[in-house]
Design a protein around this ligand. Structure first.
Ligand code: PRP
Ligand code: ZN
Length: 298
Protein backbone atom coordinates (compact mmCIF):
# COMPACT_ATOMS: atom_id res chain seq x y z
CA UNK A 1 0.00 0.00 0.00
CA UNK A 2 1.12 3.59 -0.64
CA UNK A 3 2.86 5.08 2.31
CA UNK A 4 2.55 8.70 1.37
CA UNK A 5 -1.24 8.79 1.42
CA UNK A 6 -3.98 7.62 3.76
CA UNK A 7 -6.79 5.61 2.21
CA UNK A 8 -10.30 5.80 3.64
CA UNK A 9 -13.17 3.59 2.44
CA UNK A 10 -16.71 4.94 2.64
CA UNK A 11 -20.06 3.73 1.37
CA UNK A 12 -20.69 4.57 -2.28
CA UNK A 13 -24.41 5.06 -1.99
CA UNK A 14 -26.78 4.20 0.82
CA UNK A 15 -27.65 5.24 4.33
CA UNK A 16 -24.11 6.15 5.43
CA UNK A 17 -22.77 7.82 2.32
CA UNK A 18 -24.09 11.32 2.84
CA UNK A 19 -23.06 11.48 6.50
CA UNK A 20 -19.64 9.97 5.74
CA UNK A 21 -18.97 12.63 3.13
CA UNK A 22 -20.20 15.33 5.46
CA UNK A 23 -17.90 14.06 8.20
CA UNK A 24 -14.87 14.36 5.89
CA UNK A 25 -16.02 17.82 4.83
CA UNK A 26 -16.52 18.98 8.42
CA UNK A 27 -13.01 17.78 9.21
CA UNK A 28 -11.66 20.08 6.53
CA UNK A 29 -10.82 17.26 4.12
CA UNK A 30 -11.80 18.54 0.69
CA UNK A 31 -12.61 15.74 -1.71
CA UNK A 32 -13.53 16.20 -5.30
CA UNK A 33 -16.04 13.34 -5.56
CA UNK A 34 -16.72 12.21 -9.08
CA UNK A 35 -19.64 10.03 -9.99
CA UNK A 36 -18.87 6.35 -10.52
CA UNK A 37 -15.21 6.75 -9.65
CA UNK A 38 -13.80 4.21 -7.23
CA UNK A 39 -11.11 6.51 -5.87
CA UNK A 40 -11.42 10.24 -5.26
CA UNK A 41 -8.51 12.42 -4.17
CA UNK A 42 -8.32 15.11 -1.56
CA UNK A 43 -7.27 18.53 -2.78
CA UNK A 44 -5.76 19.68 0.48
CA UNK A 45 -4.62 16.59 2.45
CA UNK A 46 -2.69 13.41 1.58
CA UNK A 47 -5.90 11.36 1.65
CA UNK A 48 -7.65 9.20 -0.96
CA UNK A 49 -11.25 8.10 -0.51
CA UNK A 50 -12.53 4.81 -1.93
CA UNK A 51 -16.28 4.71 -2.53
CA UNK A 52 -17.44 1.09 -2.29
CA UNK A 53 -20.36 -1.10 -1.22
CA UNK A 54 -20.68 -1.01 2.54
CA UNK A 55 -20.41 -4.80 2.93
CA UNK A 56 -16.94 -4.60 1.36
CA UNK A 57 -15.57 -2.04 3.81
CA UNK A 58 -14.68 -4.32 6.78
CA UNK A 59 -12.85 -6.75 4.47
CA UNK A 60 -10.92 -3.94 2.76
CA UNK A 61 -9.72 -2.72 6.15
CA UNK A 62 -8.97 -6.16 7.60
CA UNK A 63 -7.07 -7.17 4.45
CA UNK A 64 -5.07 -3.94 4.54
CA UNK A 65 -6.28 -2.57 1.18
CA UNK A 66 -7.35 0.65 2.90
CA UNK A 67 -6.19 2.22 6.16
CA UNK A 68 -9.53 3.39 7.54
CA UNK A 69 -13.16 2.58 6.89
CA UNK A 70 -16.41 4.25 7.89
CA UNK A 71 -18.94 1.47 8.34
CA UNK A 72 -22.01 0.41 10.29
CA UNK A 73 -21.40 -1.93 13.23
CA UNK A 74 -24.07 -4.24 11.78
CA UNK A 75 -22.05 -4.81 8.60
CA UNK A 76 -18.83 -5.07 10.61
CA UNK A 77 -20.25 -7.67 13.01
CA UNK A 78 -21.58 -9.77 10.13
CA UNK A 79 -18.18 -9.80 8.40
CA UNK A 80 -16.38 -10.63 11.65
CA UNK A 81 -18.70 -13.57 12.37
CA UNK A 82 -18.37 -14.80 8.78
CA UNK A 83 -14.58 -14.68 8.99
CA UNK A 84 -14.62 -16.43 12.38
CA UNK A 85 -16.80 -19.18 10.92
CA UNK A 86 -14.35 -19.62 8.03
CA UNK A 87 -11.33 -19.38 10.37
CA UNK A 88 -10.04 -16.40 8.41
CA UNK A 89 -7.98 -13.56 9.77
CA UNK A 90 -9.77 -10.79 11.67
CA UNK A 91 -7.62 -7.90 12.68
CA UNK A 92 -9.05 -4.44 13.02
CA UNK A 93 -9.78 -1.91 15.71
CA UNK A 94 -12.68 0.45 16.24
CA UNK A 95 -11.08 3.86 16.38
CA UNK A 96 -14.16 5.94 16.98
CA UNK A 97 -17.90 5.47 17.37
CA UNK A 98 -19.86 8.00 15.33
CA UNK A 99 -23.23 9.58 15.97
CA UNK A 100 -24.91 8.70 12.68
CA UNK A 101 -26.18 5.58 10.93
CA UNK A 102 -28.22 4.68 13.98
CA UNK A 103 -30.36 1.61 13.30
CA UNK A 104 -31.09 -1.88 14.58
CA UNK A 105 -31.38 -5.38 13.22
CA UNK A 106 -34.73 -6.87 14.15
CA UNK A 107 -37.03 -9.76 13.49
CA UNK A 108 -40.22 -8.83 11.68
CA UNK A 109 -43.29 -10.98 11.16
CA UNK A 110 -46.70 -10.36 9.53
CA UNK A 111 -48.60 -7.82 11.64
CA UNK A 112 -51.54 -10.18 12.23
CA UNK A 113 -49.39 -13.04 13.59
CA UNK A 114 -49.06 -13.59 17.34
CA UNK A 115 -45.68 -13.44 19.08
CA UNK A 116 -44.73 -14.28 22.67
CA UNK A 117 -41.04 -15.00 22.59
CA UNK A 118 -38.30 -16.22 20.29
CA UNK A 119 -39.55 -19.83 20.55
CA UNK A 120 -42.53 -18.81 18.42
CA UNK A 121 -40.09 -18.69 15.52
CA UNK A 122 -38.89 -22.26 15.97
CA UNK A 123 -38.45 -24.04 12.65
CA UNK A 124 -39.51 -21.04 10.54
CA UNK A 125 -37.75 -19.77 7.45
CA UNK A 126 -36.24 -16.32 7.99
CA UNK A 127 -35.08 -14.06 5.17
CA UNK A 128 -32.05 -11.89 5.87
CA UNK A 129 -28.88 -10.25 4.60
CA UNK A 130 -27.26 -10.94 7.98
CA UNK A 131 -27.22 -14.75 8.30
CA UNK A 132 -24.24 -14.95 10.69
CA UNK A 133 -25.63 -12.50 13.27
CA UNK A 134 -28.95 -14.32 13.09
CA UNK A 135 -27.33 -17.74 13.42
CA UNK A 136 -25.31 -16.64 16.45
CA UNK A 137 -28.39 -15.34 18.22
CA UNK A 138 -30.59 -18.36 17.47
CA UNK A 139 -27.85 -20.85 18.36
CA UNK A 140 -27.38 -19.13 21.72
CA UNK A 141 -31.11 -19.42 22.35
CA UNK A 142 -31.20 -23.00 21.12
CA UNK A 143 -33.91 -22.21 18.61
CA UNK A 144 -33.74 -23.79 15.17
CA UNK A 145 -34.62 -21.96 11.96
CA UNK A 146 -34.11 -22.10 8.21
CA UNK A 147 -32.40 -19.35 6.33
CA UNK A 148 -33.23 -17.50 3.14
CA UNK A 149 -30.23 -15.31 2.25
CA UNK A 150 -31.16 -12.17 0.31
CA UNK A 151 -28.93 -9.19 -0.44
CA UNK A 152 -31.73 -6.62 -0.55
CA UNK A 153 -35.49 -6.11 -0.55
CA UNK A 154 -35.71 -8.45 2.42
CA UNK A 155 -38.97 -6.87 3.60
CA UNK A 156 -40.88 -8.26 0.61
CA UNK A 157 -39.70 -11.84 1.15
CA UNK A 158 -42.75 -12.89 3.15
CA UNK A 159 -45.24 -11.56 0.63
CA UNK A 160 -43.23 -13.23 -2.13
CA UNK A 161 -43.62 -16.56 -0.32
CA UNK A 162 -39.89 -16.93 0.30
CA UNK A 163 -39.97 -16.81 4.09
CA UNK A 164 -42.18 -16.73 7.23
CA UNK A 165 -40.25 -13.97 8.97
CA UNK A 166 -37.50 -11.50 8.20
CA UNK A 167 -34.41 -10.31 10.03
CA UNK A 168 -33.54 -6.92 8.65
CA UNK A 169 -32.29 -3.45 9.27
CA UNK A 170 -34.82 -1.12 10.89
CA UNK A 171 -34.33 2.59 11.16
CA UNK A 172 -37.63 4.48 11.19
CA UNK A 173 -39.66 1.28 10.92
CA UNK A 174 -41.41 2.54 7.82
CA UNK A 175 -40.35 -0.35 5.58
CA UNK A 176 -41.84 -2.84 8.05
CA UNK A 177 -45.17 -1.04 8.40
CA UNK A 178 -45.58 -0.43 4.69
CA UNK A 179 -45.07 -4.14 4.07
CA UNK A 180 -47.65 -5.20 6.65
CA UNK A 181 -45.02 -6.39 9.15
CA UNK A 182 -44.32 -5.74 12.82
CA UNK A 183 -41.02 -5.63 14.69
CA UNK A 184 -41.02 -8.33 17.37
CA UNK A 185 -37.41 -8.61 18.54
CA UNK A 186 -34.37 -6.35 18.35
CA UNK A 187 -31.23 -8.46 18.09
CA UNK A 188 -28.50 -5.96 17.31
CA UNK A 189 -28.15 -2.19 17.79
CA UNK A 190 -25.92 -0.35 15.40
CA UNK A 191 -24.40 2.97 14.41
CA UNK A 192 -21.49 3.99 12.24
CA UNK A 193 -17.88 3.74 13.37
CA UNK A 194 -14.39 4.25 12.04
CA UNK A 195 -12.23 1.18 11.91
CA UNK A 196 -8.58 0.76 11.10
CA UNK A 197 -6.28 -2.05 10.33
CA UNK A 198 -4.01 -3.11 13.21
CA UNK A 199 -0.94 -2.69 11.00
CA UNK A 200 1.83 -0.57 12.35
CA UNK A 201 1.24 2.68 10.57
CA UNK A 202 4.14 4.89 9.55
CA UNK A 203 4.55 8.06 11.62
CA UNK A 204 3.29 9.96 8.62
CA UNK A 205 -0.01 8.05 8.54
CA UNK A 206 -0.29 8.06 12.32
CA UNK A 207 -0.13 11.84 12.21
CA UNK A 208 -2.91 12.17 9.65
CA UNK A 209 -5.11 9.73 11.58
CA UNK A 210 -4.56 11.66 14.80
CA UNK A 211 -5.47 14.93 13.13
CA UNK A 212 -8.55 13.35 11.58
CA UNK A 213 -9.79 11.89 14.87
CA UNK A 214 -9.11 15.08 16.80
CA UNK A 215 -11.09 17.04 14.21
CA UNK A 216 -13.96 14.54 14.43
CA UNK A 217 -14.00 14.92 18.21
CA UNK A 218 -14.05 18.67 17.73
CA UNK A 219 -16.99 18.63 15.36
CA UNK A 220 -19.00 16.22 17.51
CA UNK A 221 -18.33 18.29 20.64
CA UNK A 222 -19.19 21.47 18.79
CA UNK A 223 -22.46 20.04 17.56
CA UNK A 224 -23.49 19.14 21.10
CA UNK A 225 -22.35 22.42 22.60
CA UNK A 226 -23.96 25.82 22.59
CA UNK A 227 -22.69 29.33 23.18
CA UNK A 228 -24.92 31.32 25.51
CA UNK A 229 -24.90 35.07 26.09
CA UNK A 230 -27.13 36.84 28.56
CA UNK A 231 -27.50 39.91 30.75
CA UNK A 232 -28.08 39.39 34.47
CA UNK A 233 -27.72 41.26 37.72
CA UNK A 234 -24.35 40.52 39.30
CA UNK A 235 -25.83 39.00 42.48
CA UNK A 236 -27.50 36.24 40.40
CA UNK A 237 -24.32 35.09 38.64
CA UNK A 238 -23.79 32.14 41.00
CA UNK A 239 -27.33 30.89 40.39
CA UNK A 240 -26.69 30.89 36.64
CA UNK A 241 -23.39 29.04 37.07
CA UNK A 242 -25.27 26.32 38.99
CA UNK A 243 -27.50 25.74 35.97
CA UNK A 244 -24.46 24.84 33.85
CA UNK A 245 -22.47 22.53 36.13
CA UNK A 246 -20.86 20.60 33.24
CA UNK A 247 -19.69 23.74 31.49
CA UNK A 248 -16.44 25.58 31.82
CA UNK A 249 -16.35 28.71 33.95
CA UNK A 250 -18.20 31.54 32.22
CA UNK A 251 -16.74 34.82 31.07
CA UNK A 252 -18.23 37.83 32.80
CA UNK A 253 -17.97 41.39 31.59
CA UNK A 254 -19.50 44.76 32.44
CA UNK A 255 -22.59 46.03 30.77
CA UNK A 256 -22.19 49.65 29.71
CA UNK A 257 -24.41 52.06 31.62
CA UNK A 258 -25.97 49.35 33.86
CA UNK A 259 -24.27 49.37 37.21
CA UNK A 260 -25.48 46.10 38.72
CA UNK A 261 -25.83 44.16 35.51
CA UNK A 262 -23.19 41.96 33.83
CA UNK A 263 -22.90 40.07 30.57
CA UNK A 264 -22.23 36.33 30.86
CA UNK A 265 -20.79 34.16 28.08
CA UNK A 266 -21.10 30.43 28.69
CA UNK A 267 -20.07 27.46 26.56
CA UNK A 268 -22.57 24.76 27.45
CA UNK A 269 -21.65 21.11 26.89
CA UNK A 270 -25.19 20.12 26.11
CA UNK A 271 -28.14 21.26 24.10
CA UNK A 272 -30.12 24.05 25.69
CA UNK A 273 -33.77 23.27 26.16
CA UNK A 274 -36.59 25.74 26.57
CA UNK A 275 -36.75 24.76 30.26
CA UNK A 276 -33.23 26.10 30.85
CA UNK A 277 -34.06 29.32 29.00
CA UNK A 278 -37.14 29.75 31.18
CA UNK A 279 -35.14 29.15 34.36
CA UNK A 280 -32.69 31.81 33.23
CA UNK A 281 -35.49 34.22 32.59
CA UNK A 282 -36.97 33.53 36.02
CA UNK A 283 -33.58 34.38 37.54
CA UNK A 284 -33.90 37.76 35.89
CA UNK A 285 -31.69 37.12 32.86
CA UNK A 286 -32.46 39.20 29.79
CA UNK A 287 -31.32 39.28 26.16
CA UNK A 288 -30.66 35.53 26.29
CA UNK A 289 -28.98 34.30 23.13
CA UNK A 290 -28.17 30.66 22.35
CA UNK A 291 -25.82 30.20 19.41
CA UNK A 292 -24.54 27.09 17.65
CA UNK A 293 -20.81 26.42 17.74
CA UNK A 294 -19.19 25.34 14.51
CA UNK A 295 -15.81 23.99 15.59
CA UNK A 296 -14.05 23.33 18.89
CA UNK A 297 -10.42 22.48 19.54
CA UNK A 298 -9.16 21.87 23.06
C1 PRP B 1 -33.05 -1.15 4.73
C2 PRP B 1 -33.95 -2.28 5.16
C3 PRP B 1 -35.32 -1.68 5.02
C4 PRP B 1 -35.08 -0.23 5.36
C5 PRP B 1 -35.42 0.04 6.79
O1 PRP B 1 -32.95 -1.21 3.37
O2 PRP B 1 -33.79 -3.41 4.34
O3 PRP B 1 -35.77 -1.76 3.71
O4 PRP B 1 -33.70 0.03 5.16
O5 PRP B 1 -35.45 1.41 7.06
P1 PRP B 1 -36.72 2.06 7.72
O6 PRP B 1 -36.95 1.33 9.01
O7 PRP B 1 -36.31 3.50 7.96
O8 PRP B 1 -37.86 1.94 6.77
P2 PRP B 1 -31.90 -0.35 2.56
O9 PRP B 1 -32.39 1.04 2.33
O10 PRP B 1 -30.55 -0.41 3.22
O11 PRP B 1 -31.88 -1.07 1.14
P3 PRP B 1 -32.02 -2.64 0.83
O12 PRP B 1 -33.44 -3.02 1.14
O13 PRP B 1 -31.73 -2.74 -0.63
O14 PRP B 1 -31.03 -3.33 1.66
ZN1 ZN C 1 -34.68 -2.91 2.53
Amino acid sequence: MYDNKLRIAIQKSGRLSKDSRRLLYNCGIKINFQKNKLISFSENMPIDVMCVRDDDIPGLVIDGIVDLGIVGRNVLEEEVLKRKFKSEKISFKILKHLDFGICRLSIGIPAEKKYHDINCLNGLRIATSYPYILKKYFNNKNVSFKICKLNGSVEVAIRAGLADAIFDLVSTGEALVSNGLKEVKVIHNSSACIIHNKNNFSDFKKNIIETFISRINGTIKARESKYIMLHISSNKVDNVVKLFIDSEKPTISKLLGRKNMVVMHIVSRESIFWETMEKLKNLGARSILVLPIEKMLE
